[in-house]
Design a binder for this molecule. Structure first.
Ligand SMILES: [Zn+2]
Length: 235
């Protein structure tokens, strides 16, 4: 798949990456996530919430009724819990209120949730209850892989041994690894995808690679970013 990029050339601060002629070059190992955060703000701006369309004002204090908000965050459209990748295609600037409320919902689910939330009449109370029950069922199905959680056209299935990992762990396995391992044992599938560049370097998803290795999964789900190139240093 193609990563959403600005249509102009751009060099990231500290030269960790560069957009040149429609290709993103990543120069620094481990910098991919940081590049994605900066890239998303670069494309979508930093001053409006994607969901409630309120504007950012840092000089005022935020209240629920306010037309403004005071803190910008990045929301994952496909929630991280269901494998939503940290790439510009899957992130939008959001106020912290919307981001917290949305939590692990998909955009359409969040839209429905917003119709019921905060309403006091009985009718809405029942609708809200129904919605929450249905949502929980759907979420459990997603965890078992019985319901599509990531757009099919984003994903390809690859032999994990064909992916170059150019950094290795120097510390014991982290909390995030054990969280993912627990998921793997319960739901019998890897919770996250690996993200790789066009030249097959691992950009994100190190724990996924480790899990695959330790559990003898030959094939894993991968997002191949066709317009991203990893090269260890600026050319
Ligand atoms: Zn908002």
């Amino acid at each position: 798949m193609k990563l959403i990029l600005p249509d102009y050339n751009y060099v990231f601060e500290d030269e960790i990456a560069e957009v040149k002629d429609g290709i993103l070059y990543v120069y620094k190992p481990g910098a991919f996530k940081e590049v994605m955060y900066r890239l998303t703000y670069l494309i979508y701006g930093k001053d409006e919430c994607y969901f409630c369309h309120r504007k950012l004002r840092t000089d005022i204090s935020e209240t629920d009724e306010s037309k403004y908000f005071s803190q910008i965050t990045l929301d994952h459209l496909v929630p991280q819990e269901f494998g939503g990748p940290t790439i510009s295609n899957n992130m939008r600037p959001a106020c912290s209120r919307c981001n917290n409320l949305k939590s692990n919902m998909y955009p359409d689910e969040f839209e429905e949730y917003c119709m019921y939330e905060g309403k006091k009449d009985k009718e809405f109370k029942n609708l809200r209850k129904n919605f929450k029950e249905k949502l929980q069922l759907k979420q459990e199905k997603r965890r078992y892989g019985q319901l599509e959680s990531i757009p099919k056209e984003w994903v390809s299935d690859e032999l994990f041994r064909t992916i170059y990992v150019n950094f290795w762990i120097s510390e014991p396995l982290g909390v995030e690894y054990f969280k993912q391992e627990k998921f793997y044992k319960k739901y019998k599938r890897l919770p996250k995808l690996a993200i790789v560049s066009q030249n097959r370097f691992l950009l994100d998803g190190f724990n996924t690679i480790l899990l695959a290795k330790y559990n003898f999964c030959e094939r894993i789900n991968v997002i191949v970013l066709e317009n991203v190139y990893y090269s260890g240093f600026p050319e």
